[in-house]
Design a binder for this molecule. Structure first.
Ligand SMILES: Cc1cc2nc3c(=O)[nH]c(=O)nc-3n(C[C@H](O)[C@H](O)[C@H](O)COP(=O)(O)O)c2cc1C
Length: 237
């Protein structure tokens, strides 16, 4: 009888503690970063840089997914405001697919090749429509930008990419230097030893921030409360 009672107590204890342990493990393993490659080249220089960031995130136990957003032509925003009424972009393509995925990921890395000292066209169209239609799915999640260039225009392009994070309550993750690689081909990027190290550091820095946010949540630190009324003055007094 005593043996049965002891077994019963052990079973009760296990059934109450195991889900908590499982829950904690699940939370850790669920952390995921979405890396968006805006280049028309699926496995070009931008992809090479993003892969290096992904590698160090994976080393930290964080899941990653690289999405080639410029796989097909991307329509630009027509300012139709369909998304304001429906929560979805009127063009039902990769933008809506990423918007849906964004709900369940923890951070984002935007990668673009430098085109005439700015973001490439497909990526601009993609980001304009994503932020116009689904900014709430990205808000309060860390973001980082990565650029690839043959030679110049990198810092201007980085600044352009960072504007999306900083208009949307997203903490921006940095590295030991501005997040850029140099090369015209993936092989050339692989020779940019400093660029690759910048990418690895970026991955580790993002993992550190994600783990800190997770620890904060467990300690009861939540997203800041917004003011009740959102002001939009359009510079009219
Ligand atoms: C239309 C166009 C414009 C470009 N403009 C620049 C530029 O302003 N500065 C630069 O260094 N490289 C420029 N490049 C080169 C690419 O930025 C560079 O090769 C990049 O690493 C390619 O990345 P990807 O393989 O991911 O497409 C340009 C390339 C194209 C096709």
């Amino acid at each position: 009888m005593k043996k049965i009672f002891t077994t019963f107590i052990i079973l009760v204890l296990l059934s109450t503690t195991m889900p908590c342990i499982a829950q904690n493990l699940k939370t850790e393993s669920k952390m995921k970063v979405l890396l968006l490659n805006g280049s028309p080249h699926e496995k070009g220089c931008t992809y090479t840089a993003l892969s290096e960031v992904a590698k160090s995130l994976n080393e930290e136990g964080i899941e990653t997914e690289i999405i080639w957003v410029a796989k097909t032509e991307i329509a630009s925003c027509t300012a139709c405001d369909f998304c304001f009424k429906t929560g979805k972009c009127v063009f039902d393509d990769i933008v809506n697919q990423v918007a849906e995925k964004a709900k369940n990921v923890d951070a984002f890395i935007f990668g673009s090749p430098v085109y005439y000292s700015g973001i490439n066209g497909a990526m601009v169209s993609f980001l304009n429509r994503l932020f116009r239609s689904a900014s709430a799915n990205l808000a309060y999640k860390p973001g980082a930008a990565v650029v690839s260039a043959r030679r110049a225009g990198t810092t201007a392009t980085l600044e352009q990419l960072n504007q999306y994070f900083t208009i949307n309550n997203m903490p921006v993750v940095s590295s030991q230097y501005w997040n850029m690689v140099h090369g015209n081909t993936p092989e050339e990027v692989m020779q940019d030893k400093e660029g690759l190290q910048i990418m690895r550091t970026l991955g580790h820095n993002m993992a550190w921030l994600l783990k800190s946010i997770e620890a904060g949540k467990k300690a009861g630190i939540n997203i800041p409360e917004k003011e009740e009324i959102r002001e939009r003055t359009n510079y009219i007094r």
